[in-house]
Design a protein around this ligand. Structure first.
Ligand code: UDP
Length: 328
């Protein structure tokens, strides 16, 4: 039987496809290529189109023998979600509802869902644990939380079992250098810093240096994309083994400020990376650091890339060799 990966041409999705193929899984990708890149999917079956296209979804479920779904397809930009919340309700919540309806219709009972640290909002304590208060400060986090809740009710009503994985800051690229991060326009910290190092931008705009953190810039927990990909496979093993739904944080458990990330990138690239302090970005909490103890305990997940320098180095290898990303 096959594993359906929605959004498998995206950043985390494409790394997960590679991870699943390396474990001998049969993979089917469904991606509308709005943000994803066809060249990021190097093997497996590929369907181009949108989950909200009922005919296409029927076609995928009826042509393929789908055992489980790994659901990435979504919009994921905090700032954009604040500007255009309805886009996020449509692309994230409506899409998940259609996917779940398809799963119920075709008797697919397992899903691993791509959730986020943004479900917590301003954390009540650090490191953040799964049961902590969830009050998202932006529509992105709100829509992901709504989907988690939808999953809980679908479990109860239809017996669809799920693992929701709350990622902290995904970063880095595959160590073979063939796939990596390529958003258009780029908005994520590490690729933007590396674009400065490549001379594609003059400087990094730092979104606020008046946060209640040691150097005033936001603190985040950066986790390597291959470690995230591996957690999806472990989550599927847990669903196969126990048939129990669960939620896990995924991070390294260590926080780095924007300034610290820049300093590390200066070491890796040898470029001075000039900065400019600009106003805060709407919806950004000051500090997000994960406790991933539950995932380590219950999934036997062990991040392999646990130094920020190593993570930035893999991103640098990808970006230096693909200065235009997937563009030819
Ligand atoms: N950030 C920044 N300048 C940029 C992009 C990001 O200062 O050009 C900051 C952002 O405010 C946040 C951190 O870097 O504190 C990580 O942002 P990113 O967009 O990479 O991930 P997010 O935290 O939104 O998931």
């Amino acid at each position: 039987m096959a594993i359906l990966v929605t959004g498998g041409a995206g950043y985390i999705g494409s790394h997960t496809v590679v991870e699943f193929l390396s474990k001998g899984e049969e993979v089917v990708v469904l991606d509308n290529l709005q943000k994803g890149h066809r060249d990021a999917v190097r093997a497996g079956k590929f369907y181009e189109g949108d989950i909200r296209d009922a005919r296409l979804l029927d076609q995928v479920f009826s042509e393929q023998n789908i055992e489980a779904v790994i659901h990435f397809a979504a919009d994921s930009l905090v700032g954009e979600s604040v500007q255009d919340p309805l886009k996020y309700y449509d692309n994230n919540v409506v899409t998940a509802q259609r996917l779940l309806a398809g799963m119920v219709k075709y008797g697919v009972k397992s899903i691993v869902f791509s959730s986020t640290a943004a479900t917590y909002g301003e954390p009540e304590s650090i490191p953040i644990q799964e049961q902590d208060r969830k009050e998202p400060t932006n529509p992105y986090g709100e829509t992901k939380l709504a989907i988690e809740t939808m999953l809980k009710w679908c479990d109860q009503a239809y017996g669809v079992k799920y693992v929701a994985l709350r990622y902290f800051n995904a970063a880095g690229a595959h160590s073979d250098g063939q796939i990596g991060e390529d958003h258009r326009p780029e908005s994520h910290l590490i690729p933007i810093i590396l674009q400065v190092a490549l001379g594609q931008r003059e400087r990094l705009a730092v979104f606020g240096d008046d946060y209640p953190t040691p150097d005033g810039t936001c603190v985040r927990d950066y986790i390597h994309v291959t470690d995230l990909a591996n957690a999806h496979w472990l989550a599927l093993q847990k669903l196969r083994r126990t048939g129990e739904s669960a939620v896990y944080n995924l991070g390294n458990g260590e926080g780095f400020s924007v300034r610290q990330v820049v300093e590390k990138a200066r070491e890796v690239t040898g470029h001075p990376i000039p900065l400019e302090i600009v106003p805060r970005r709407a919806g950004d909490p000051a500090v997000l650091i994960a406790s991933s103890e539950k995932a380590q305990r219950e999934l036997a997940w062990k991040p392999q890339f646990n130094s920020l320098g190593q993570i930035i180095q893999t991103a640098w290898n990808w970006q230096r060799n693909h200065p235009k990303g997937y563009a030819k």
